[in-house]
Design a protein around this ligand. Structure first.
Ligand SMILES: [Zn+2]
Length: 220
């Protein structure tokens, strides 16, 4: 465990030296351009680092993170990041990645008050409200994981209906939006089968993905 800020700088120097030793010219090449194929929209949670989980290097994934991986229609921060990724970097894949054991999702489920962030988490409570029948029909112990999946599925929809994606798809740009969930307990990514490459598929794939949340957890 890192014990002080100075350690961070010494780790950084060691890392930069190691990279340059293993791959001479790595940083010189990185300066010239970033050409990532992927954009990651994930939770700020410290246990879910995009690059490490996917084995991607600096320059390979464009990352936006916030509490509970939410894409809000009026959030200029997230929308600007998506616009830059799609219009300028021409990423081919955007993955919205939730994670099991998410504090934001749990707070939304419990209706817990944690401060200013309550207003942000309200967006997950909207998801919970929309799917309350499904959630109420599940054993209590499974509801947080199910809400994590449902939140990802809803945020994929929000990316798909953003002006950025509507315009990109209208121009014929090839971009796929994916919904994944990360298991902090096993380190594995789950594909929630909510991959949208064509907006005309959105409604049907949304319905199937939501059904799958229920089917995969249905009491035997
Ligand atoms: Zn989280």
């Amino acid at each position: 465990m890192t014990s002080s800020i100075n350690d961070l700088f010494s780790h950084n120097r060691a890392w930069a030296e190691q990279m340059e030793r293993d791959r001479p010219g790595f940083f010189t090449k990185l300066v010239k351009q970033q050409k990532p194929k992927y954009m990651w929209i994930g939770c700020s949670d410290s246990r879910v680092p995009a690059n490490q989980i996917t084995g991607l290097e600096p320059g390979e994934v464009f990352v936006h993170r916030n509490v509970a991986n939410i894409v809000v229609h009026s959030d200029l921060n997230a929308l600007s990041a998506i616009q830059f990724a799609v219009d300028m970097l021409k990423v081919e894949h955007i993955m919205v990645v939730g994670h099991y054991g998410c504090g934001g999702v749990q707070a939304a489920l419990d209706g817990a008050r944690i401060g200013l962030a309550d207003n942000w988490i309200r967006h997950i409570q909207d998801v919970r409200h929309r799917h309350r029948q499904l959630l109420d029909s599940l054993p209590e112990a499974l509801r947080a994981d199910a809400l994590c999946d449902l939140n990802v599925i809803e945020q994929v929809v929000n990316v798909c209906v953003s002006t950025v994606m509507v315009d990109a798809w209208a121009k014929g740009q090839k971009v796929s939006i994916h919904g994944w969930a990360f298991g902090v307990h096993d380190g594995l990514l789950q594909d929630l089968k909510m991959t949208i490459s064509d907006p005309t598929d959105l409604d049907a794939l949304y319905r199937l993905a939501v059904e799958r949340v229920w089917d995969s957890r249905r009491p035997a």
